[in-house]
Design a protein around this ligand. Structure first.
Ligand code: IVH
Length: 667
């Protein structure tokens, strides 16, 4: 096939696939079968592979994602992503209405929308093309997850019609339908993987996967609810959304303009009843002032708009029977009692287990096996038991006696004064504690070794690893014979372990898993002591003299290195070639020239990367903080400074610092 023919064919396939996508995902009226669609998509992917000159970032082939692993870039939001004020009662809504009317003396219309329980996203379109998708992050900057978002079929890569503003942002919620969530969890359970706790976690986790081909398989979906930009089509939020729909964007149907607060309350009552029928989770209703001029007049508080409020539904409850109680042992040895329940449907998903938290909670509610209990979904990973229906209790029921010994290793449990949980003190030999430590060691923020929990279980069960240090003695032959492993996957694992030897010392220190040594403490220790020997030999006084290292951390470090097994573990890592000292880079000289200074950075720099700048601040004794406040000492700016930070810095009169001035300061 020559180039000209290929181009024509590619264009044709793209056009057709875009049309079918729209029919299927936006109109829900497919014209062709999934099979026919897949054939066309395969053709396109193959042609684009053969003719890379025709690559295009609006091609529907991006929907299938790519196998290349990506680290997310942090991007500043043009308009900060704020949250909403919450309300839990009708009275609070009436007060909101009164506040609005105090400022706005004309008629006010409210737009009521469902509050989707997913993960928020900001999409940026330029000239009708999706150029960037950013997560909320800390509200000021988030992760650039564009490649992942391009796999979401209902999000157009290029817009229809021509009436859209040249540049705009549209915000919304990425979510998983119940149907997709249940399918995903079934697949995970069959593959021996940990199921997701709820659709929200599954959506948020999927969006942050580093392999967009994997994201494509998750079946994420999206609702868009907030248009932002300079030249919006209308002065009404509602009209803007209606207009955005004609551009091909997925605007939810369940949205209503209300003329007064009573109509708002009717909408809330209606959806409190009807929400159970939806195939996705909502956790409330969002009420927004419709008129953008009025919105502007009302403005924002530091955290949220004054022109909108969320009404949160009371958590749904279900009643079910406690079949048995398990006791789980965590990475740190903490024991969590978990009730196994007769499966019950709760807010769209089937609940089989619920956390009982600790011995006191069981005693407080007097929870017994065979009791009928009320379960609720909270913010936690698994639902919780909030009470017992005593009227259904049988006379022969017996009070639950809390366990005295570890269910995994049999050792007597301890309970420290002031702590709610029981602990298994057998840190070195209790299997879940060992496995938990290895999982922590390989995790993304630690050694970033590409492996699943199930693989660690397998390696451990086959006696191939006893500690994380044993990972470095594995070879391909050890792994290849394990269940679910093949030549390629075994090679990948070994390669990933090998690559982890390049991990910076501060992350290694975090990975080792010393109690209370989190990411930040590890960074501080690494830049102060520079190598593991200095930390190992540091006295209590030397440790507590370091800024931000308190007595509790110092004690924990000393205790860690007083244990021979820990010393052997660290030595083994060192012998395997894992980095046990910071890299002395000529550019990076340590000083305390920035001691006590808190510095916010923004934009891109010429001589250093943002990460290097952050590092320079840190090793010169300063502190890099993410958002501007009255206590910020300097605002260090490069090119393309975020407007939100800029205006805040100006407002608070924070002194600006250019890259050159900064270099001058530390040299
Ligand atoms: S509007 C400035 N509308 O709720 C206000 N948010 O608690 C922008 N959410 O971060 C948000 N459904 O992730 C808006 N219909 C809706 C929403 C919604 C869900 C989420 C969103 C936001 C959070 C605020």
């Amino acid at each position: 096939m020559n180039k000209k023919v290929a181009k024509e064919r590619i264009d044709k396939l793209r056009e057709e696939l875009n049309r079918h996508n729209y029919n299927y995902y936006v109109l829900a009226k497919p014209e062709i079968t999934d099979f026919e669609y897949d054939i066309m998509m395969n053709d396109l992917v193959e042609l684009e592979r053969r003719f890379p000159d025709f690559a295009d970032n609006t091609s529907p082939s991006l929907r299938v994602g790519s196998d290349i692993n990506t680290e997310f870039q942090q991007v500043e939001h043009k308009y900060p992503m704020l949250s909403l004020g919450n309300s839990y009662s009708e009275q609070e809504l009436i007060e909101f209405d009164n506040r609005v009317k105090k400022t706005i003396l004309e008629d006010v219309q409210y737009v009521c929308e469902l509050k989707y329980d997913g993960t928020s996203i900001s999409l940026i379109y330029e000239n009708g093309i999706l150029v960037r998708a950013i997560t909320r992050g800390d509200g000021e900057k988030g992760d650039d997850v564009t490649a992942n978002v391009r796999t979401i079929n209902s999000i157009p890569l290029s817009l229809k019609s021509v009436n859209f503003p040249k540049e705009f942002e549209i915000r919304g919620e990425i979510y998983l339908s119940h149907k997709t969530f249940n399918r995903l969890n079934k697949e995970r359970e069959e593959a021996g993987e940990q199921p997701f706790a709820n659709p929200r976690n599954a959506a948020a986790g999927s969006l942050k996967l580093q392999n967009s081909a994997e994201v494509a398989k998750r079946g994420l979906d999206c609702f868009l609810y907030y248009l932002l930009g300079e030249n919006l089509p209308s002065n009404s939020h509602f009209q803007n959304l209606k207009e955005a729909k004609t551009w091909g964007l997925v605007i939810p149907e369940h949205i209503k303009v209300c003329n007064n607060i009573n109509e708002v309350l009717d909408f809330i009552h209606y959806w409190d009843r009807e929400r159970k029928k939806l195939d996705f989770d909502i956790d409330g209703i969002v009420i927004k002032v419709d008129n953008l001029n009025q919105q502007k007049q009302l403005g924002f508080t530091a955290k949220s708009p004054r022109w909108a409020i969320a009404y949160k539904f009371k958590a749904e409850q279900a009643v079910t029977k406690v079949l048995s109680i398990d006791y789980q042992v965590g990475r740190t040895g903490a024991i969590t009692p978990v009730a196994n329940l007769e499966p019950v449907l709760l807010a769209g998903t089937t609940v089989k287990r619920a956390s009982l938290h600790n011995a006191d909670q069981i005693a407080l509610h007097d929870i017994r096996i065979n009791d009928f209990v009320f379960v609720e979904k909270g913010g936690e990973i698994i639902p919780k038991v909030v009470g017992v229906d005593i009227s259904l209790r049988k006379p022969e029921s017996v009070v639950t006696e809390y366990i005295t010994n570890c269910p995994e290793c049999g050792i007597k449990l301890i309970r420290l004064e002031g702590e709610a949980k029981h602990f298994c003190p057998n840190e070195q030999n209790c299997p879940p504690q060992i496995k938990g430590k290895i999982e922590h060691f390989v995790s993304r923020k630690a050694m970033n070794i590409a492996t699943a929990e199930a693989t660690i279980d397998l390696l451990f069960a086959n006696n191939l690893i006893k500690t994380a240090a044993d990972l470095y003695s594995l070879n391909k032959e050890d792994v290849i014979n394990l269940e679910r492993f093949a030549e390629k996957s075994a090679e990948n694992l070994i390669q990933s372990i090998e690559d982890s030897k390049n991990t910076e010392f501060e992350k290694v220190l975090y990975a080792i898993g010393i109690r209370f040594v989190g990411e930040t403490v590890a960074k501080t220790l690494a830049s102060h002591f520079k190598n593991i020997d200095a930390i190992k030999n540091a006295t209590f006084q030397e440790l507590t003299e370091v800024d931000e290292i308190g007595e509790r951390i110092a004690e924990s470090i000393i205790q860690y290195f007083s244990n021979e097994e820990n010393i052997q573990f660290v030595d083994k890592l060192c012998n395997a070639g894992v980095k046990m000292q910071i890299e002395e880079d000529s550019k990076l000289e340590y000083s305390d020239k920035l001691k006590g200074l808190s510095i916010v950075i923004s934009g891109t720099f010429k001589k250093f990367s943002r990460d290097e700048i952050k590092k320079l601040i840190q090793i010169n004794g300063g502190k890099n903080v993410s958002s501007i406040s009255a206590s910020t000492n300097y605002f260090l700016t490069g090119e393309n400074v975020g407007p939100a930070k800029l205006s805040k810095a100006e407002k608070l009169n924070i002194p600006f610092l250019s890259e050159d001035e900064f270099i001058e300061m530390i040299s």
